[in-house]
Design a protein around this ligand. Structure first.
Ligand code: DQA
Length: 143
């Protein structure tokens, strides 16, 4: 199974960005862990990051066109991007799976983070387990 692991804005700053919230590991560490988990689980995993909404929408379209499942941390787009929601809906409506992940637990944070416009069209959501959220999402896709 091919899986695109897509990361939204500011996640390229992991390790530097608010380590009290997101931990000390870097985005490069996430890319490395993704490759390791992929080979352990027998998944063909590719990890990407963008700060650009249009780029992210394009990658989701690519997942549909290449019949790939998606693990996505939409970051701040989670809370307001209907464009991303509409793209994500195409994934799940076409019989592919899309898992929404978060490093932190958005429900334990500011009010504006309590809404996910993506969650309603996702196959499922994993939040609050640090980088392990991605591992759990990949495990769900491996079964
Ligand atoms: C996040 C949570 C979002 O609220 C935030 O905007 C992020 C990261 C997380 O992984 O915990 O950028 O998606």
């Amino acid at each position: 199974t091919r899986v695109l692991v897509l990361n939204g804005p500011n996640l390229g700053r992991l390790g530097v960005r608010e380590p009290d919230v997101y931990g000390a590991l870097s985005y490069a560490d996430l890319v490395e862990a993704g490759a390791r988990w992929g080979s352990e689980l027998g998944l063909d995993v590719e990890v990407r990051q963008t700060d650009d909404e249009a780029q992210m929408v394009g990658w989701i379209h690519e997942a549909v066109d290449t019949r790939s499942d998606v693990v996505i941390n939409p970051a701040a787009f989670t809370h307001y991007s209907y464009a991303l929601r509409d793209a994500a809906a195409q994934v799940t409506k076409s019989g592919l799976r899309l898992v929404e992940v978060h490093i932190s637990n958005p429900y334990a944070r500011e009010e504006f983070r309590h809404t996910s416009v993506v969650g309603g069209v996702a196959t499922g959501t994993v939040a609050g387990f640090g980088f392990e959220s991605y591992h759990l999402a990949l495990r769900a896709l491996a079964v």
